[in-house]
Design a protein around this ligand. Sequence first.
Ligand code: GLY
Ligand code: MN
Ligand code: MN
Length: 441
Amino acid sequence: MSAHSIRRQRLAEAIRARGGGVAIAFNAPEVVRNRDSEYPYRWDSDFYYLTGFPEPEAAVVMVVDGAGSESVLFCRDKDEERETWDGTRFGPEAARERFGFERAEPIARLDEELAKLLADRPALWYALGSNERLDARVRGWLGAVRAQARAGVAAPAQALDLRALVDEMRLVKDDGELDTMRRAARISAAAHVRAMRATRPGCREYEIEAELLHEFRRNGSQFPAYGSIVAAGRNACVLHYRGNEARLADGELLLVDAGCELDGYASDITRTFPVNGHFGGPQRALYDVVLEAQQAAIDAVRPGARFVDPHDAAVRVLARGLIDCGLLQGSVDGAIESGAYKRFYMHRTSHWLGMDVHDCGDYREPGAPPGDGGRPWRVLQPGMVMTIEPGLYVRGDDLPEAWRDIGIRIEDDALVTASGCEILTADAPKSPGDIEALMRG
Ligand code: GLY
Ligand code: MN
Ligand code: MN
């Protein structure tokens, strides 16, 4: 049985445990970029997770009751003329066989079939409230079922969020997913090495971006997992910098936040290194603080720890470092309690990573009663993957000149294992000695 069939079976069990019903998930639409050109197609993560089916204009419907479950794929019909222009389509029959569905139908029959499939079912599970078009379509299906009321047919009494179930499943990765994520991480690490080798004063940020993209693609990655950030000097203090145009100056640092997507799975790495191959004094001092903070955070990743523990560990090291460098005054506890450190560290240390770079999954314990600070943070368990990405962003005319306009982030991807964590992105050097040696070579 394919990994996708197993996931549908697990989802069916979760739906059955909640009283059964009909679940529907759509693949992403194709989107026009301009005139006759489309954006490169990327399927919807949830849909692909459940089906492995790569074509647009497709939906999967699962009917679940106490007796069993049936999965029906709706997809485009074969079309010789369109296939001449755009490539082959499976068509329902071949798709059913190849992807292991009980049944497959042309997508054009979806509305008509749903009016039947939803009859006398207790609940409809879908991506509730995620887009207006879908919500309108759901109203249409429910209306069609309600119209049969006089024939004794009942419409679902409940609409429930399918994503809550699928998100929970996606949060803990299986062996096949982890294998892909390890490969994606290795490709991205090689791209960062390539970027370090290519960096020298005078070249442009986009030239380094080109090196990253080249390494991604030549290793089979289909897309960057997100827009690559290549930020020299003060640009590194812009967290979502997108320009990638500036010239790299001697004496600046270069922050590169880039990761590839491979077979639908993201990687996410940041490295910060000197344009001329040598860290200056204040740069090195701040870099050492961020590196120590990252190590403290990595040491806090283990099963049973809470999602927030790595963040808290990083913040403590960063606050102490900022005080030691004279950028903050007072005590470490004081800087943490008052939030004074947030001037220089304004984002969180981690997010889940998977099919989406900011992957799905509740950061708090689902269903747990809220305490003083909200629901308790999620307990980490083996198979979860999260980034560890502390940074310092030092800017402001009130600061001593030597410290100004330095932005540093160090980001790795950590898999929670039975005993601690595995750093998937370890091939990208990050100790100052290793970076300087690589850039010298
Ligand atoms: N590159 C996106 C992030 O680090 O969250
Ligand atoms: Mn990240
Ligand atoms: Mn990143």
